[in-house]
Ligand binder design. Sequence first.
Ligand code: MN
Length: 357
Amino acid sequence: MPPSQLNNSGSTAPLPTTTTTIPRCYGNMNTSMIESKFLSHPQDLGIVAVGFSGGQGKAGVDAAPTALIESGLLTQLRDELGYRLHGHDAVHLYTDLVPARDPPHRGMKNPRAVSAVTRRIAEQVHAQAREGRLVLTLGGDHSIAIGTIAGSASAVRARLGRELAVIWVDAHADINTPETSGSGNVHGMPVAFLTGLAKEETEEGVFGWIGDEHRISVKKLVYIGLRDVDAAEKKILRENGIKAFSMFDIDRHGIGRVMEMALAHIGSDTPIHLSFDVDAIDPMWAPSTGTPVRGGLTLREGDFICESVHQTGSLVALDLVEVNPRLERDTGNDLGANETVRAGCSLVRCALGESLL
Ligand SMILES: [Mn+2]
């Protein structure tokens, strides 16, 4: 990707130029033959690069889009998978939306910043999705999914009059309400806000901008890869009958059968938003992330999830979040940082149509 068309306004960063230490993603030169069911322009890919880390406490996750782009991801999507890219000329930092004072609200940290940034992300994703394009968001911490899914759900409603299904691949359920959260980090709460389990009473309040048009049904939500779920979250999952495939289920049935069951639960007539937290992958392959948990998916299982979702023809949007190259780099483990970036690239390519044969 030539770093020539830069948007250097206050809230964006220029695209990275090549350095010597970057990991390379190696693509496979295969273009998918799967026909899209819900996109009017399936070869057009809207990119939203989100350099935001305010949903949790560790710096560096905001540098992920730049690292992923530096490693050649967008070039591969364009040159090897044949996508026309839109919105790829800047990494958004949203500094203009972060208030000077942002004291906790209902225990949430950085509540106004996360609310304002996710609202802007929802508009960005909606604008791309409204054109009938596939939307790829590169995060950023997982709080940004409040924006990506809100934007995707509202666009699918407006364009097709349909509900949106969400496949949430993660070690964590991210479904705490502000009241059940122990940390106050909003990256552990996005699903609660998106399903309406957590709400703000007034439109002016934090996340008060989220309306019915932005929300998803708990019936169209499926988790894959869970292994570190808080007690309060387990109760929420049970009481709302939310479909969840933990690592136990993957061990018992195998990833192939789990994907059949997950996709059968959603049905073939519903557009899918895939929100992939890289911490779903075992730290053996993806160590450079904010909250790693051992006993996770192999990289192949992660790729398989993405390949399976692609094959449905129902994918309308994809998030890749929580890649934090700085965490491993700062402890002198460049390899761990590079492997995590490469894992992220591989997941994205698989979801967007790369196949082994
Ligand atoms: Mn997550």
